[in-house]
Design a protein around this ligand. Structure first.
Ligand SMILES: NC(=O)c1ccc[n+]([C@@H]2O[C@H](COP(=O)([O-])OP(=O)(O)OC[C@H]3O[C@@H](n4cnc5c(N)ncnc54)[C@H](OP(=O)(O)O)[C@@H]3O)[C@@H](O)[C@H]2O)c1
Length: 308
């Protein structure tokens, strides 16, 4: 039976992957409780000992602002770790699945980014993630790198939960309205990952014995459509009100602001729109609109919170 090793099963995406990868083979999980992934040598030894056919790396340094001052730590997790995992997957003649980000692009213009557009990260986080992508590609390993955006889930730390907490506590709130992208649920990312992975693993062997290899590459994986953080927050509050959640936030005190009015240590791209056509065409998928995924994720969060 195929052996799959999942790193970081307790992150937003990692948790959902436990569910969606389970039917694809024998799933082994490695978390911080097993090994500190910034110890690359020990992590590599633990992964190799599990004799993986597929490695799925959901681990990352995701503290975007903190990465500006803790560069070495961010590069260890986001660049050195994927490079080491690529070497193991290559040695095992297997596949590596990895996640990357819209932050590798410069955020200029209004057109959705395509996978072959020039990268130019604005932040240490973005640069460290790009270094991870390059390490994987240069290793020659068969890989699926999914660049995603604005990840949220019913669990973990994310924008949806932060907004709900703030709206419950505060009467007024300002949210940035000049950064555009697609909120993407961790559940969608995990489901699409399993679907794509299943296709490459089960591809009939080509004449050269390398079935599925032609699908190895970088893909954008996000919900369809685009919005800004202010509108995203508005949609979250709409669902909360419909569900009868008590919000302190006064509708007339919920204000759009500019990025310049909300300075952060790390610069964020203004345009995070991702062109999804490569993923859709290669794997025969249709990515759903972000609204429908938000409703599903909100409902899951609300059910858990209210004990339904
Ligand atoms: N979040 C976003 O908005 C976003 C946007 C675009 C792309 N992405 C990419 O999507 C992928 C998944 O992100 P996510 O939102 O699921 O991230 P997340 O919730 O922050 O999960 C990251 C996981 O990595 C683990 N981890 C970090 N450092 C570790 C260490 N030294 N040792 C062991 N485990 C460690 C964390 O463990 P602990 O829980 O124990 O800390 C956590 O389980 C990442 O590659 C990220 O770069 C995310």
């Amino acid at each position: 039976m195929r052996r799959i090793v999942l790193l970081a099963p307790n992150g937003q995406v990692g948790f959902e992957l436990q569910r969606s990868l389970a039917p694809l083979g024998l799933l082994f999980c490695l978390s911080r409780a097993d090994v500190d992934f910034s110890d690359i040598a020990t992590t590599s030894a633990r992964v190799l000992a599990l004799q993986p056919d597929v490695i799925v790396n959901a681990a990352a340094w995701t503290a975007v602002d903190k990465a500006e001052t803790e560069q070495d730590a961010a590069y260890l997790l986001n660049a050195a770790l994927p490079g080491a995992l690529a070497a193991i997957a290559q040695q095992r003649n297997g596949w590596l699945v990895h996640y990357s980000t819209d932050y590798v692009y410069p955020g200029t213009g209004e057109q959705p980014w395509r996978e072959d557009d020039a990268t130019a990260p604005l932040s240490v986080y973005g640069a460290s993630k790009l270094a991870g992508d390059l390490a994987i590609r240069q290793s020659g390993v068969r890989h699926l790198i999914f660049r995603t955006s604005w990840v949220y889930a019913a669990r973990g730390n994310n924008f949806m939960k932060t907004m709900l907490k703030l709206a419950a506590q505060r009467e007024s709130l300002n949210v940035v309205a000049d950064q555009f992208g697609a909120p993407t649920s961790a559940r969608l990312i995990a489901n699409v990952t399993a679907f794509a992975l299943q296709q490459v693993l089960n591809a009939p062997p080509a004449e050269n014995g390398e079935g599925g290899n032609d699908k190895s590459g970088v893909y954008h994986l996000a919900a369809a459509g685009a919005t800004n953080w202010y509108q995203f927050a508005g949609a979250i509050f709409g669902l909360a009100r419909q569900a009868g959640l008590p919000l302190a936030l006064q509708p007339d005190q919920f204000n759009p602001i500019t990025t310049a009015q909300f300075p952060t240590p790390a610069q964020r791209p203004a345009n995070s729109r991702l062109d999804l056509s490569k993923l859709e065409q290669t794997f025969g998928l249709t990515l759903p609109d972000w609204h429908s995924q938000l409703k599903l994720t909100f409902d899951e969060y609300y059910s858990a919170m209210s004990g339904l």
